[in-house]
Ligand binder design. Structure first.
Ligand SMILES: O=P(O)(O)OC[C@H]1O[C@](O)(CO)[C@@H](O)[C@@H]1O
Length: 437
């Protein structure tokens, strides 16, 4: 990772302009709006993630690697800290120490549970990488093992196992049946696959188990799919110069493996059917939230596609070529691992997203960051919450946390009546769109 300054990542120390007042940065009392979700609500979903899921994840990571005594000790300390201790800073020699010290200025030295949920989760993943020496061991100057574990993704064994699993095999084979389907039918099926692919989240499954897969349509809490397609050129298969303006679409990826594969298949469809001239795929700059996709995961998924028989292999080869021709471009930015809402995105990223026809944000965490990690009234307006976004934006998300906006009163009432845990149990999905404001 290259050293980045606070300015690169969306927030400046000492900036009094209001940047940094959002849910992730710690000044939860400053911005107007619903209460920021904290980790300390008794019996809350957030508390459960911090108190149960994170400790369980430490043990899973520990068991998955032949770590050294030093790494085990660091994992022990982190486990003790997140359960009984107070938030400690990063090692002073870490290149992003200053950045996290600033973001954590109101939380360092206080119990983990008292911090905003978004901040605490995000910082936990950064600290886990520190414990396993993903960026090197900064307290070990002069020691020959100091950089030996650099770049070893602690979640890679879980991601790899998923990619080699029977579910992916079956999902790839299912593409054969769609190969000759009419374009609109194919488009609907592929959008749905990319949406429900967000169920495949290795972090979520640590304590939640596998959510039920049936009744996909009935489980859509909001469905703006038609509005999503209307924002893109109508397109026509394989016809350069087909009707509609050439468009760039940005896809902000979420999980690798079983989510990224349908995302890539959808990207291929957008290009093949001329809904987009180019797709920019944004991934995380380093491992995050267990299964979040990095560039290495894009490569693994593309290899998996290319090596598959039938339609999946053809899609993989087309995408491989599209990468070489810059019609698919993978990009990243430190902001994607920042504990901040998108409202505080830095100027360079804002500029990029302002220039595209549509930004598709995948997944629950991106949704929390898009609308703000707060206890909004579920019927409050999605358009209002996202009005700051620099261009048209679509959210494709399985509900796995308390945050939700833009639902009708009837939908909320029906959900409340039928399932007390509808916001967090990973069985409901939504497609929400805000066209250019
Ligand atoms: O992979 P996704 O869809 O962003 O989901 C991540 C979600 O998982 C959790 O970490 C735990 O459920 C949420 O807090 C978070 O929003």
């Amino acid at each position: 990772m290259t050293a980045r300054t606070p300015r690169d990542t969306g927030e400046e120390p000492g900036d009094s302009s209001g940047s940094g007042s959002g849910s992730g940065s710690g000044s939860e009392g400053v911005a107007a709006g619903a209460p920021v979700i904290l980790g300390n609500g008794p019996g809350s979903f957030a508390r459960g993630v911090l108190a149960e899921r994170h400790p369980a994840l430490i043990e899973q990571v520990r068991d998955a690697f032949p770590y050294s005594r030093r790494q085990h000790k660091a994992l022990d300390l982190l486990l003790e800290e997140i359960t009984n201790g107070v938030v400690e800073p990063l090692d002073p020699s870490a290149q992003d120490h200053e950045q996290w010290a600033y973001w954590g200025r109101e939380h360092i030295g206080r119990p983990w549970f008292d911090a905003p949920f978004l901040w605490a989760e995000s910082y936990f993943y950064r600290r886990l990488l520190e414990a396993v020496e993903y960026f090197g061991c900064f307290g070990c100057f002069g020691h020959l093992s100091a950089g030996a574990w650099q770049g070893i993704d602690p979640f890679a064994p879980f991601k790899r196992a998923e990619l080699r699993g029977a579910a992916v095999e079956e999902e790839l084979r299912a593409l054969d049946a769609l190969a000759d389907a009419p374009a609109d039918e194919r488009a609907t099926a592929l959008l749905r696959a990319a949406l429900w692919g967000n169920r495949a989240d290795l972090g979520f499954r640590i304590t939640a188990g596998e959510p039920a897969a049936s009744e996909a349509d009935e489980r859509l809490a909001a469905d703006d799919a038609a509005a999503l397609w209307s924002l893109l050129p109508a397109g026509a298969p394989g016809a350069p110069g087909a009707p509609g303006a050439p468009a760039t679409v940005a896809v902000v990826a979420d999980n690798a493996g079983r989510e990224l594969i349908p995302d890539l298949v959808l990207i291929d469809h957008l290009l093949e059917h001329r809904h987009a001239e180019k797709v920019v795929l944004y991934v995380k700059p380093y491992p995050y939230y267990v299964s979040d996709a990095t560039t290495a995961d894009v490569v693994d998924c593309l290899r998996r596609l290319v090596e598959a028989p039938g339609e999946a292999g053809r899609i993989g080869r087309r995408l491989w070529t599209a990468m070489a021709e810059d019609r698919v471009e993978v990009r990243t930015h430190p902001f994607f691992c920042a504990p901040l809402p998108y409202e505080e995105m830095p100027r360079d990223l804002r500029g990029e997203l302002a220039s595209v026809a549509l930004t598709v944000l995948k997944g629950d965490l991106n949704y929390r960051r898009l609308v703000g990690d707060r206890m909004w009234d579920a019927t409050s307006s999605f358009a209002d919450r996202t009005a700051y976004f620099p261009g048209p934006v679509a959210a494709l998300r399985i509900l796995k946390s308390d945050v939700v906006v833009g639902l009708t009163r009837a939908t909320v009432d029906a959900l409340e009546r039928s399932d007390a845990a509808w916001r967090t149990n990973g069985t409901r999905a939504l497609v929400q769109v805000r066209p250019r404001g």
